[in-house]
Design a protein around this ligand. Structure first.
Ligand SMILES: Cc1ncc(C[n+]2csc(CCOP(=O)(O)OP(=O)(O)O)c2C)c(N)n1
Ligand SMILES: CC(=O)[C@@H](O)[C@H](O)COP(=O)(O)O
Ligand SMILES: [Mg+2]
Length: 644
């Protein structure tokens, strides 16, 4: 049996000797490479936090002491030390462990949300609750240097520093990177601390020498200490934290178990707000990750464990199509600039940044700042393109509403990973963007169905100069073209029934579901049900042509890869009512639920969003029950009542 196999909980790690711990760390790294190479996942971040997680579980008593992980993508080692190694054969897959902490999986897990910069706020809240309960439980928040660029962290620090009696341990896991090197003045500050360790060691050895030679005695030692203070103020500005009321310990070598345990024990004994600054290396111990020029294997798909090379062909992605079109647009228009929230590569801005370095801005994990600074750029004559994942737009809703739309500023939001993403669990599904953008006055939203319409609609969004626009597209591979028979206004007609069948049903397929809609129509045609499939292209505001088309049909069905409440179906239903078009309508969308991790196709099948499901549902409705709720409808409504 390996040491890792002997670990069923933190107690097994607490009783290990130093040599065993070194061996265990080696086994953990091999395990991570083996499992993540097969399933994909956050290999780099987890290889970088092996020793730190071991030390945390040896010094603190989880779950009585709460170990909180910001974002949570670096929790694999925590899961292995809390008895879940067996779940890694299906990491991030149905039936396996999730890629983030999961309260359903373990009492050792607290924060599931995968959205950055929240851990310190949880820590502040939990510490206040423990204090009110008269408990001395510790709260430990592990926060990355990237997450620290998020504004919520500073709101929390302001509160944590306000009370010296609450034992909040903030472990800064500083590897100098989000995906790419972490940007900003604070990141530079951390770097200045990282570069100081020699100063601490020099002073420590100086102190030891002086203490050993009584001749010079305490007077000189005190002088040296005063010098340290002077040097500290001048050279090692960790005084910033202490001036904020936060004790600072570090920088500590984040791969030195002994040093980490010593620092964490000091922090635990401090019993007040304290920062432990651990310096780690993303991908530590696995050369293909350590040397990965892109992002030190922040997030990989399946790879060859020996070479680290991706397995399987790299399909053309929605992101790559956007990336190429942005560069073309950037060459034609000098006012086009791009903004990312610490995800230059994942959102496809890296090539634009290389071509136009002074027109691409990485603002850190700061979506709110990204959007409002874009409003500022627009007010000053630019046309900013803010590229973020759909789920992270949630962070910047008020900025879109009040800073961009209220001022009618020409900002284009490019929302990647819109719709079900699946493997990153409920908090990563891009299912809320249409619901929140739908209530923003003056907002126009396009949902391309393929590469051709992505290029087209992106250009159309750049041409909008009197207000905000947004483009939403899925994760993963994109098909080049789903051809249209004709275009009516902005609406593309993708398929029509045979003349003899007539057209009973208008099927409005949103975005990537264009192809799915055509496939469903073919199934229905085989049953003699005539379906016209259309792609609105611009989904908000609802094209008036759709209202006119609806009036010529017996049933209207919408299908969309977005949340049902406030989605496109809701908007079209309102437009039909406003237009006095009284045609039965059904909307097929993602139920308003937090959907457990699984592949995108598995989750879509679970919620009834496949071509087969659409055909089946339409058949039920058309088969004489138009206008009456079907059993399936009742199921959906009951599910939503249950889940809210
Ligand atoms: C609000 C938000 N925006 C973007 C992301 C995407 N994201 C996931 S991890 C990560 C980088 C985190 O960097 P850091 O906190 O330093 O952790 P590390 O990966 O270096 O351990 C980003 C940007 C996110 N999870 N949440
Ligand atoms: C943790 C995080 O927010 C991202 O790293 C997330 O894993 C996105 O993964 P994809 O880029 O594969 O969608
Ligand atoms: Mg980092």
């Amino acid at each position: 049996m390996t040491l890792l196999e002997s670990v069923h909980g933190p107690v097994d790690v607490k009783r290990m000797e130093q040599g065993e711990l070194e061996q265990l760390a080696t086994e953990i790294r091999s395990f991570l490479v083996e499992k993540v190479a097969r399933s994909g996942g956050h290999l780099g971040p987890n290889l970088g936090i092996v020793e730190l997680t071991l030390a945390l579980h040896r010094v603190f008593d989880s779950p009585s002491d709460a170990l909180l992980y910001d974002v949570g993508h670096q929790c694999y080692v925590h899961k292995m030390l809390t008895g879940r190694s067996g779940g890694f054969d299906l990491l991030k897959q149905t039936g396996g462990v999730s890629g983030y902490p999961s309260r359903a999986e373990s009492e050792h897990d607290f924060i599931e949300n995968s959205h950055a910069s929240t851990a310190l706020s949880y820590a502040d809240g939990m510490a206040k609750a423990f204090q009110l309960a008269g408990s001395r439980r510790h709260v430990v928040a592990v926060v990355g240097d990237g997450a620290l660029t998020g504004g919520m962290c500073w709101e929390a620090l302001n509160n944590i520093a306000a009370d010296q009696t609450r034992p909040v341990v903030i472990v800064v896991n500083d590897n100098g990177r989000s995906y790419s090197p972490t940007i900003g003045g604070f990141a530079d500050h951390l770097a200045s601390l990282r570069l100081q360790p020699g100063y601490e060691r020099a002073l420590e050895s100086g102190k030891r020498t002086l203490q050993r030679t009584p001749v010079v005695g305490p007077a000189v030692y005190a002088a040296l200490h005063a010098a340290k203070r002077g040097i500290k103020d001048a050279l090692a500005p960790q005084a910033m934290f202490e001036d904020l009321g936060l004790k600072y310990l570090g920088p500590v070598d984040g791969h030195d178990l002994v040093a980490l345990e010593a620092a964490l024990k000091r922090a635990k004994a401090f019993n007040g707000p304290v920062i432990v600054h651990a310096v780690t290396r993303k991908g530590n111990g696995y050369a293909p990750a350590e040397n990965d020029p892109a992002d030190q294997m922040h997030q990989t798909g399946a790879i060859d464990p020996v070479t680290g090379k991706p397995l399987g062909p790299k399909a053309t992605s929605w992101t790559s199509i956007f990336s190429e079109e942005l560069i073309r647009a950037g060459a034609e228009r000098k006012d086009v600039v791009a903004i990312t929230a610490a995800m230059l590569g994942p959102t496809g801005l890296d090539k634009f940044a290389k071509a136009y370095p002074d027109r691409c801005f990485d603002v850190g994990i700061a979506e709110q700042h990204a959007v409002t600074s874009a409003a500022g750029m627009a007010m000053a004559g630019l046309h900013p393109v803010v590229a973020i994942y759909s789920t992270f737009l949630n962070r910047a809703f008020d900025q879109v509403l009040m800073d961009v739309a209220l001022h009618r500023q020409p900002v284009t939001l490019v929302l990647d990973r819109a719709g079900i993403t699946g493997s990153d669990g409920p908090s990563h599904n891009g299912m809320w963007d249409l619901s929140i953008l739908g209530i923003v006055p003056g907002m126009r939203v396009a949902a391309p169905r393929d590469a051709v319409t992505l290029r087209e609609e992106f250009r159309e969004s750049l041409a909008i100069e009197d207000g905000p626009s947004a483009l939403r597209f899925s994760k993963g591979a994109v098909i080049e073209h789903v051809p249209a028979l004709e275009r009516v206004g902005t609406v593309d007609v993708l398929s029509k029934p045979a003349a003899s069948t007539g057209s009973d049903v208008l099927l409005v397929a949103v975005g990537a579901f264009g192809e799915l809609g055509v496939a469903a129509a073919q199934r229905l045609d085989d049953q003699g049900i005539g379906v016209t499939v259309v792609d609105p292209r611009w989904v908000l505001p609802v094209p008036h042509e759709l209202v006119e088309m609806a009036a010529d049909h017996r049933l209207v069905v919408t299908v969309e890869d977005s949340g049902r409440h406030g989605g496109f179906g809701s908007a079209l239903a309102a437009a039909l009512r406003d237009g006095g078009v009284d045609v039965p309508m059904r909307d097929l969308a993602v139920p308003q639920q937090f959907l457990e991790h699984g592949s995108r196709s598995e989750v879509l099948a679970q919620v009834g969003l496949t071509a087969q499901d659409v055909a089946r549902r339409v058949t039920e409705w058309v088969a004489g029950r138009i206008g009456q709720p079907t059993p399936a409808d009742a199921d959906v409504a009951a599910e939503e009542r249950k889940h809210g």
